[in-house]
Ligand binder design. Structure first.
Ligand code: SAM
Length: 434
């Protein structure tokens, strides 16, 4: 038997993880949840009227059931980087000298069983949303990788396993009487236990010894002598087919892509995942999207995307990051119907609108606590459609405090101004203009 040929076994007779309170498979009532409603819209609507990209501010266990009616079996690629059951609390620092803002907790008061129960429910929902040829990457580390691999085998079937990718990085060494822990793991599974999934081969540089022996021409295997021998062609080589150990640096403190969100993953890592396992136009989703790394890379690579996070700091950071991309496609921000969030107190921020010859100008006064603001120039009293926006960047703290809009025809109505602080808390002012 070859090394990676495994005897085929039904899923029923294989060993399984057991923990107190483990839910029975599939008993969760998929689809029972509040619908998602659009709370804000950014960018121009699609010409074909199709669904926009979506940034969902919700617990994914509420968001995914709400999406099932429309998207069951429709998502091409899911990447998730969930909490790893580290027991830690994570804070964001979103500007130079900015204070720490609590971003998310990775504590499980009822222990690991609680974590695994949630992960099982979530994996079942991802599987339901994936298209028949769709695949999922689950990013984790030594804290839970051994458990998640077993759970993935159980939910997706061991025949659906494709790769265990080791992301090897270098960081400042820790004081430890053991080898340095410097890798994460990405498990890649398909919805189907076959090879129907999207696949674009990637290549890496040839080893120096290979280059020295064979040069840069492509080698093919020659079996004419009964043994495999490499034989040189005239074509330049693309490199060696990429292996499952990826050496990619963590994000440097001064890197342009760093947005100050804790546990932010490098775009180079997501680029490999998305380029290899999806095609342009495919729908890519990340239901633990944090600062929006997957969404930003999907956008740059011409994929459609859905991001979801339960944290306000995460959704705020991802939104700013996406809007900073040149020519970013339109997207909706959604929340479960009936969600009420604490309003940010911007009582000290004055918002003044002046109107002259069909041109309205809005100006913020005393905007020290405003991290992002946007104006809907024709507010309909329901969905906020951002026509202009400005945000603080990590490079400088200055915020553009004035925005103007010229109307094509004389108009009376409302404009709305959305103010957001660096923790993602919002407040909205509505102004009558004539
Ligand atoms: C490790 S971080 C993701 C970081 C992300 N990959 C990036 O590059 O920025 C995990 C994220 O999962 C979110 N999260 C945890 N539980 C969640 C849930 N049930 N639903 C949605 N988001 C959740 C946290 O708020 C956090 O932002």
């Amino acid at each position: 038997m070859k090394r990676d040929e495994r005897p085929s076994r039904g899923n029923d007779d294989r060993p399984r993880l057991v923990w107190a309170g483990k839910p029975a498979r599939g008993t969760r009532e998929l689809g029972a949840s509040s619908p998602l409603v659009v709370t804000a819209h950014h960018g121009a609507a699609r010409a074909d009227g199709g669904a926009q990209n979506r940034l969902i501010h919700a617990d994914n266990r509420a968001a995914m059931p709400a999406l099932l009616g429309e998207l069951e079996g429709r998502i091409d690629l899911v990447y998730i980087d969930p909490p790893f059951a580290t027991g830690g609390s994570f804070s964001a620092r979103t500007g130079p000298g900015a204070a720490e803002i609590p971003a998310y907790e990775d504590r499980w008061e009822d222990g690991l069983g609680d974590y695994l129960t949630r992960m099982q429910e979530q994996l079942e929902l991802f599987r339901a949303l994936l298209s028949p040829r769709g695949t999922i990457f689950v990013h984790c580390d030594w804290h839970v990788s051994h458990y998640l691999r077993c759970l993935l085998d159980e939910v997706f079937g061991e025949g659906a396993f494709k790769n265990e990718i080791v992301w090897r990085y270098r960081r400042w060494p820790a004081k430890t009487k053991a080898f340095q822990r410097m890798h994460d793991v990405l498990f890649w599974y398909g919805k189907a236990a076959d090879d129907s999934h999207a696949w674009t081969p990637l290549y890496e540089s040839l080893a120096p010894s290979t280059l020295q022996t064979w040069g840069t021409k492509r080698q093919v295997a020659d079996f004419s002598s009964g043994r495999r021998k490499p034989s040189q062609t005239d074509e330049e080589t693309l490199g060696a087919p990429m292996a499952d150990v990826w050496d990619i640096g963590i994000i440097a403190p001064i890197a342009h892509e760093r947005v100050g969100y804790p546990t932010q993953k490098p775009e180079a890592l997501l680029r490999r995942v998305i380029e290899a396992a999806s095609r342009p136009g495919d729908l890519v989703a990340d239901f633990f999207c944090g600062s929006g790394t997957t969404l930003a890379v999907a956008e740059k690579l011409g994929r459609r995307w859905i991001g979801c996070d339960v944290g306000s700091v995460a959704v705020h950071t991802a939104k700013k990051r996406l809007l900073a991309l040149p020519g970013c496609s339109a997207f909706d921000v959604l929340s479960p119907a009936g969600t009420t969030r604490a309003e940010a107190a911007f009582g000290d921020v004055s918002v003044a609108a002046t109107s002259e010859a069909g041109r309205v100008t809005v100006r913020l006064g005393e905007a020290a606590r405003v991290d992002f603001w946007a104006v809907d120039w024709a507010y309909d009293g329901r969905v906020f459609r951002a026509g202009s926006h400005a945000s603080r960047t990590k490079k400088g703290t200055a915020l553009v405090v004035e925005a103007s809009h010229s109307y094509a025809a004389r108009r009376e109505g409302q404009i709305a101004v959305q103010l957001v602080d660096s923790a993602g808390a919002e407040s909205r002012r509505v102004i009558e203009v004539g």
